[in-house]
Structure formats: structure tokens, C-alpha cells
Design a binder for this molecule. Structure first.
Ligand SMILES: CCCCC/C=C\C/C=C\CCCCCCCC(=O)SCCNC(=O)CCNC(=O)[C@H](O)C(C)(C)COP(=O)(O)OP(=O)(O)OC[C@H]1O[C@@H](n2cnc3c(N)ncnc32)[C@H](O)[C@@H]1OP(=O)(O)O
Ligand SMILES: CCCCCCCC/C=C\CCCCCCCC(=O)OC[C@@H](O)COP(=O)(O)O
Length: 304
């Protein structure tokens, strides 16, 4: 008897998927969250067995478990500039932040010994939160700048002591308007404090397949066949040269005797942030180009 009820219910799902884009949106979002939660459940014992607890090396396990999730959501990533991530030693990665789907692109290119800065609320996200903690994610309280600053200052020391790379979303929140919010300052303080390069990564806009407000998460074309949506990830040359030249200029302009501790940090994050914000915005616009050749040219031209 119960089986008789299950059959129409099971038929209802494909019917709704076929006819209602809002249903598709919620179905895919729920699937994504539930599946990530399950993957996290699998990852927890693996991380504990591998490292005995919280360790950036656990990100290798997390990365390998997450990489196939894109296939279920009909997403593919096209990456340009991989080579810029081959920079030795620690660095700060900055990237735009559109949605929790960014995690899929992030895991696609995540270099070894790289973890993230995230809002502290994420640690309470069940199994996903625990996995984030096991992966060494640095949690900050965005509502208390003084706390966030001291956590990030500690992170700068840890980066150097333990040769760790940190991925920061400098917009500080998700933004799907197709532009960039003004960058927060922490990532640039971090780079100058630790004296490490900043590597900018730009995700192309998701607006052709994912619109949160309009409840659109496309999954097929008009013929009903599954179509895939490409996200372009452009990794830019590191800004090490900028960090160094800013520091050198400062040393020339201000003889060491006039300098106070912390001056480098206070003054130099400002132009660095402005340069990178302008650069990333230009690249975001270029990535919207339809023709792959044009896009490659644009990436090369801005990769000076
Ligand atoms: C196997 C299955 C697995 C399943 C799970 C799958 C994956 C899990 C694994 C990984 C997933 C990871 C995903 C992570 C995504 C997380 C995304 C986020 O959470 S985004 C939100 C959090 N991020 C941020 O907020 C970005 C960082 N924020 C900052 O850097 C900010 O600057 C700040 C430190 C929070 C302060 O912000 P505020 O709003 O106060 O603004 P300002 O930037 O203007 O700063 C104010 C003031 O402070 C000075 N300042 C800032 N930082 C520093 C510093 N480090 N040192 C010294 N001073 C600092 C700044 O200069 C300003 O002062 P002034 O104006 O005088 O210059
Ligand atoms: C309690 C908050 C956490 C909610 C997360 C729910 C669980 C999600 C489950 C599966 C998704 C796996 C990837 C999780 C990483 C998502 C991180 C994220 O995107 O957080 C949002 C944060 O960048 C900015 O927050 P706001 O835009 O300021 O809001």
C-alpha cells in the first residue's frame, strides 16, 4: 500500500524539475547542502585518522572529497593562470565571493597547505563546521573588529611559522551584483605583516546559471538535455613585486629612525588594496566575454 503512494511521489520530482525553475532552485540547493553535510561526515574520521585533529593538511582530504560535486550541479571550471599558484612558500589568496558555491571552485584549485579565513558562524554549521575546523580554517568575529584584527595578526605569524597559505574573501560577504564590494582591509594587513605576496583570483559571474534572488539555478536546456555551465577562474600573477616596492619606497622616504613600529602595515595596505581592487574588477568584466579567445587574450593582457 505504502509503495503505491511512493510511486506518484517519485514521479512528481522529475515533473516539477521539468516544469518549475523555482523547484529546481530549491532542489539543487537542498541537495548541495545535504550532500556536503554527508561528505563532511565521511571526512571527519578521515581527517582525525590522518592528522589526529585540526591541521591544514586535512584540506587535502576535503579537497579530494569535494571535487566531484560540480558534476551533480552541472558546473565546470575553466582555469587560467594555474602557474601563478606554484609560487613557493606562504601567500595570501584573495577572491570575489558570490555564493556558497564558491567552495567548489576553491576546492578545484586549492594549493597545498592552504586554508581560509571565514566568519565564526560557520563553525556551528554541523558536520561542515567541524570539517572547517579540522581543516584549520581561521574563524573571525566580523562584528568585533578588534578581535578579528588580533586573530588575523596571529594568523600572519602562523603563516610564516608553519608555511601556510591563506585564502581570504576581501569583500567580507557574498555579493552577486556582478561587481565587487569595496575590499576590507584585513587581507592586505595580513600580507604586509607577514611580508608575503597576494595572489588575486577572480571567479566569473554566476549570473548565467545562478540567481539567488530570482530563485534560478539552471539545470537543462530547452531540449531537456543536461547542459553544463562554465565558471572561469582566473589566477593572476602575484603582487609580491607591489608589496616589496611599497616597502622599499617607504624605507627610502622615511629613514628608519623616524619610523614607528607598525608604520609599514598602516601605510602600505592602502595602495595595495586599491591596486588589487581595480585590477580584479577589470578582470571580472573581461571574464564575461563570450568568446574564449577574447577571454584568454584579456587574461593575458591583464596578467602583466
Ligand atoms: C568533505 C566535505 C566537506 C564539506 C565542507 C566543504 C568545504 C568546507 C571547507 C572549506 C570551506 C571554506 C569556505 C569559507 C568561506 C568563508 C567565507 C566567509 O566567511 S566571508 C566572511 C569572512 N571574511 C571576511 O570578513 C574577510 C576578512 N575580513 C577582514 O579582513 C576585515 O578587514 C576585518 C578584519 C574583519 C575588519 O573588518 P571591518 O568591517 O571592521 O572593516 P575594515 O577592513 O575597514 O577594518 C577596520 C579597521 O581595522 C584595521 N584592520 C583590519 N585588519 C587589520 C589587521 N589585520 N591588522 C591591523 N589593522 C587591521 C583597518 O585598517 C581599519 O582601520 P583604518 O580604517 O584605520 O585603516
Ligand atoms: C551558520 C552559517 C553557516 C551556514 C552554512 C550552512 C551549511 C552549508 C552546507 C554546505 C555548503 C558547504 C560549503 C560551506 C561553506 C559556505 C560558506 C559561505 O558561503 O558562508 C557565507 C559567508 O561567506 C558570508 O556570509 P554572508 O554573505 O555575510 O551571510
Amino acid at each position: 500500500m505504502e509503495v503505491l503512494w511512493t510511486v506518484p511521489l517519485l514521479l512528481l520530482i522529475p515533473l516539477l524539475m521539468w516544469t518549475s525553475s523555482t523547484f529546481v532552485f530549491y532542489f539543487k540547493k537542498c541537495f548541495y547542502v545535504a550532500y556536503m553535510m554527508c561528505l563532511a561526515l565521511l571526512a571527519i574520521p578521515l581527517c582525525v585518522l590522518k592528522s589526529g585533529g585540526r591541521d591544514v593538511e586535512n584540506m587535502r582530504i576535503i579537497r579530494s572529497l569535494v571535487r566531484h560535486v560540480k558534476y551533480f550541479l552541472g558546473l565546470r571550471f575553466e582555469v587560467s593562470g594555474w602557474e601563478h599558484l606554484q609560487t613557493e612558500g606562504p601567500y595570501v589568496i584573495i577572491s570575489n565571493h558570490q555564493s556558497s558555491l564558491d567552495v567548489l571552485g576553491l576546492m578545484e584549485i586549492l594549493p597545498d597547505r592552504c586554508t581560509m579565513i571565514a566568519k565564526k558562524e560557520l563553525v556551528y554549521a554541523g558536520t561542515v563546521g567541524l570539517v572547517c575546523w579540522l581543516g584549520g580554517i581561521v574563524f573571525i568575529n566580523r562584528k568585533k573588529t578588534s578581535d578579528a584584527k588580533s586573530v588575523m595578526t596571529d594568523a600572519a605569524k602562523t603563516m610564516l611559522d608553519e608555511q601556510i597559505r591563506l585564502w581570504v574573501f576581501p569583500e567580507g560577504t557574498r555579493n552577486q551584483r556582478g561587481d565587487l564590494l569595496p575590499f576590507k582591509k584585513g587581507a592586505f594587513h595580513l600580507a604586509v605583516q607577514a611580508q608575503v605576496p597576494v595572489i588575486p583570483i577572480v571567479f566569473s559571474s554566476y549570473s548565467n546559471f545562478y540567481l539567488r534572488k530570482e530563485k534560478q539555478f539552471n539545470s537543462g536546456n530547452s531540449s531537456g538535455l543536461c547542459s553544463c555551465f562554465n565558471v572561469f577562474l582566473c589566477v593572476r600573477r602575484s603582487s609580491h613585486a607591489e608589496v616589496l616596492s611599497l616597502l622599499r619606497r617607504h624605507q627610502i622616504e622615511d629613514p628608519p629612525k623616524d619610523r614607528h613600529e607598525g608604520d609599514d602595515v598602516r601605510r602600505h595596505h592602502i595602495p595595495l588594496r586599491q591596486i588589487l581592487q581595480r585590477d580584479a574588477l577589470g578582470l571580472l568584466e573581461h571574464l564575461q566575454l563570450r568568446n574564449p579567445e577574447q577571454r584568454a587574450d584579456a587574461a593575458l593582457n591583464t596578467n602583466h
